[in-house]
Design a protein around this ligand. Structure first.
Ligand SMILES: *Cc1c(COP(=O)(O)O)cnc(C)c1O
Length: 493
């Protein structure tokens, strides 16, 4: 590694400034070739990184270089220092959590985002960002068949989208005066409550923690035998809480839960929320793209009645990390929640132009709409729908293999592109701890292969394995390999 570079002599003004653009071309060409090879065969890497905790840290220098290093030296270190610590989300054998993809158009969009270096603080700091974000979130809303008056914007993650939606929910009733007065030291303010199913994502609890609502005031309601929130349980909880003096604030319905992709009965929940004047937030972080398909529209019937909804294009819409879309029908409430313009940010166009900082917690924002624009255009709405449908059919195929095999069971309905299953040999009949240890050992063996990466979840007392299809490069042969490894793993432990 070179430790000095002629351009670091700070006493010589000709050595200051950026590296010349001509050099950019040379290195970008090299990097593009490297990325092309990577995308061509991510399978040459073990899908799950094989380093131990602290191992990457130990291979890196303790201190930043004092002298400049050449870009050649830096690029040469990618293979040696970075790749061993990379878990390959782009690998077709990545079947854990919710698989995703950095697609070619998404990567190109991300490159341009870095180069243009837009910061969408105000409309005038990047009119293209503001208006492309409005356009792309509108395109997706329409492609999903959602109401045309919904306002959309992009955040980094579903966790932040949900946090902002619940912040707006808290602002819906201005009489609470929480924006101005806060929540502490106010004996007249009732305890606010948020309701969701026992299968809702932990980001709901984190939002409640961050907003000062408190983890204890997230009421996790029981689900039915298909892992869907029970509407009768919601009704009962609301009656009990009102009788106790609590103030029900919002319900979070999940359209595609993280464990099993179950879908809460949105129409029934929406009817209650309208009657009780509760904000209804739909968490469709993964499941949202099902709305590209008629069967998804049927599954999510009633979704048009929610107050806000989050979908992550960085999950099942082939957009590289990170990109989450939040829509709400209450644009003005979101603005009332977050708009705060210091004198130095006042502009003459502020009444007529869209500044996203008026609608979000963050001030600065990345030009994420660019990669989303590339992705939607490069695949087309029909192309996106075809890919989502194909993933569902791959999951159905895998579930059929499991179903047809003795001593294996599918443990949840396959609604989308995820299969929950486990090995249930007779020797462990009725022995949940034994089954858990057995299936966990199978998982470890399969993941140690480096060929596929699966994760697990818990459904009540049951430890279950998950196969989540969502990467564009995953084909039936990769699922066949996973299935082969699973059966071998089950025989060997
Ligand atoms: C993945 C997921 C989240 C969290 O997503 P982030 O973007 O990582 O914050 C929230 N809810 C559901 C249902 C999810 O699947």
């Amino acid at each position: 590694m070179s430790s000095t570079h002629p351009r670091t002599d700070a006493s010589d003004p000709s050595t200051l400034g950026d590296i010349p653009a001509e050099e950019f071309t040379r290195h970008a060409d090299a990097l593009t070739r490297w990325i092309t090879e990577y995308l061509r065969s991510p399978e040459r890497y073990p899908v799950l990184a094989r380093v131990a905790p602290g191992e990457v840290l130990r291979t890196l220098p303790d201190q930043a270089p004092e002298g400049a290093e050449s870009l050649d030296a830096i690029l040469a270190d990618i293979d040696r220092l970075i790749m061993p610590g990379v878990t390959h989300w782009n690998h077709p054998g990545f079947l854990a959590y919710f698989a995703n993809t950095a697609s070619v158009p998404g990567i190109l969009g991300e490159m341009l985002t870095a180069a243009l270096n837009q910061n969408g603080i105000l409309w005038r700091t990047s009119p293209a960002l503001a208006e492309l974000e409005e356009t792309t979130t509108g395109w997706l809303r329409d492609a999903f068949g959602l109401p045309p008056d919904w306002f959309g914007m992009i955040t980094d993650t579903a966790s932040v989208s949900t946090l902002q939606a619940l912040a707006a929910a808290r602002e819906m009733d201005p009489a609470l005066e929480i924006r101005r007065r806060g929540m502490s030291g106010r004996p007249e303010l009732p305890r606010l409550r948020i309701y969701c199913s026992e299968h809702a994502h932990s980001s709901v609890d984190k939002a409640a923690i961050t907003l000062g609502i408190g983890a204890e005031n997230v009421v996790r309601l029981p689900a039915d035998d298909r892992y869907r929130l029970r509407v009768d349980a919601l009704e009962a909880a609301l009656v009990a809480d009102r009788a106790t003096g609590y103030r029900p604030l919002a319900v979070v319905a999940t359209l595609g839960t993280t464990s099993t992709t179950s879908v809460d009965p949105i129409a029934g929940i929406a009817a209650i929320c309208r009657r009780e004047r509760l904000w209804l937030h739909a968490d469709a972080a993964y499941g949202g793209p099902m709305l590209l398909l008629p069967e998804g529209r049927a599954l999510f019937a009633g979704v048009e009645h929610v107050d806000s909804m989050v979908v992550n294009p960085h999950k099942w819409l082939f957009t590289p990390m990170d990109c989450s879309v939040l829509w709400t029908r209450h644009r003005q409430v979101l603005k009332r929640t977050f708009a705060l313009t210091p004198a130095y940010l006042e502009t003459e166009e502020q009444e007529i132009a869209l500044s996203h900082s008026d609608y979000s917690f963050q001030l600065g924002r990345r030009f994420r709409a660019l990669k989303l624009w590339f992705v939607i255009r490069a695949f087309g709405v029909h192309g996106l729908a075809a890919r989502v449908r194909h993933h569902c059919s791959l999951a159905t195929t895998f579930a059929a293999w499991v179903h047809a095999t003795e001593d294996w069971e599918v443990v949840a309905p396959v609604e989308m592109s995820v299969v929950c299953f486990r090995h249930v040999p007779v020797r462990f009949a009725g022995n949940e701890p034994g089954l858990a240890a057995h299936n966990s050992a199978i998982l470890d063996r399969v993941n140690a292969s480096g060929r596929v990466f699966l994760s697990h979840t818990k459904l009540g007392a049951r430890y279950v394995l998950r196969v989540a299809v969502g990467n564009l490069r995953t084909e039936e042969r990769h699922l066949a390999e996973a299935w082969q490894l699973l059966r071998e793993g089950a025989g060997a432990v």
